[in-house]
Ligand binder design. Structure first.
Ligand code: PXL
Length: 285
């Protein structure tokens, strides 16, 4: 047996509304990956609830990093997400620089459906590009991709050629691999599009449209993607794995009619992340 890969996951932990660490820990654990949570904040419920209690852990992250460095811990991956303050950008940069061998994944969490999350200040959004610059892989949704590129959020469906140009421009900010989620394509359906700048290849996975946007969907997608890549998946297969699991758990949730803030009811399906299913539903973009 080989030792599980270890990921430092720099995200918040929210009590209610399945997102961030309450999604990332079970998903990666089910995929045989060890998570070392580095909480950026503790919230009673995620910000989509409107009312929540939040404790910012900005002064914790640096001390935790110092401890891990003193211990000589090794991480196979450092994966950042929801941040509570713009100073946390500096802490994430220190984390990435301290483990140069680790795969650097940045989910540039900032907003969804064309709107910023409540706690995201203009300064925090502006500084997100500093993290993107040092990442190997980034996983913005369409809203976050637009913010990073200084583009307007597209209100309707977008063309494949627009997405190709966005993917290339995002990779020019630093990361070798860019994956954009929740893209309504003119050709139909909701797609996940990806670009590997080293190979110059573009990929597309088309998912079914479900008329509700559950919290934590981006965290679910990105954590399955990370688990797949750490397990040896190619980019299109990891995208396929992440889309298949996310779409299927979203469809299950939709059938129960729960509120979007409650997130995706993934618990009964976690075991499926261990399956050896054939994943070849991807196409070129
Ligand atoms: O899934 C993104 C996310 C993560 N963490 C918190 C959030 C959100 C989105 O609303 O509020 C606290």
């Amino acid at each position: 047996m080989t030792a599980p890969k270890r990921v430092a996951a720099i995200h918040d932990i929210s009590g209610l509304g399945r997102c961030s660490l309450t999604v990332i820990i079970p998903v990666l654990s089910a995929m045989g990956v060890q998570v070392c949570p580095v909480p950026t904040a503790v919230l009673s419920a995620h910000t989509g609830y409107g009312e929540f209690v939040m404790r910012d852990l900005t002064d914790y992250i640096g001390s935790a990093l110092d401890h891990y460095k003193r211990m000589g811990v090794k991480f196979d991956c450092v994966y950042s997400g929801f941040l509570a303050s713009s100073e946390q950008i500096d802490h994430c940069l220190d984390f990435f620089a301290s483990f140069p061998e680790a795969l650097k994944v940045v989910d540039p969490v900032m907003g969804d459906n064309g709107k910023n999350y409540k706690t995201y200040t203009p300064e925090l959004c502006a500084r997100m590009s500093e993290l993107v610059a040092v990442a190997d892989i980034i996983t913005p949704n369409l809203t976050e991709a637009a913010i990073l590129l200084g583009e307007k959020f597209p209100e309707g469906a977008v063309s494949a050629s627009t997405m190709k140009s966005w993917l290339v421009r995002l990779s020019q900010l630093g990361p070798k691999t860019v994956v954009i989620t929740s893209v309504p394509l003119l050709s139909g359906g909701i797609a996940t599009v990806g670009y590997d700048s080293e190979r110059g290849s573009f990929w597309k996975i088309t998912g079914e449209y479900v008329p509700i946007s559950y919290s934590g969907s981006g965290d679910m997608f990105a954590s399955v993607l990370v688990g797949g890549i750490l397990g040896g998946d190619s980019l299109p297969i990891a995208m396929n794995r992440a889309t298949t699991f996310t779409t299927s758990t979203i469809k299950t949730t939709y059938g129960y009619g729960t509120h979007w803030t409650d997130g995706i009811m993934f618990e009964p399906q976690l075991f499926r992340l261990r399956s050896e299913a054939e994943l070849n539903d991807y196409t070129n973009l």
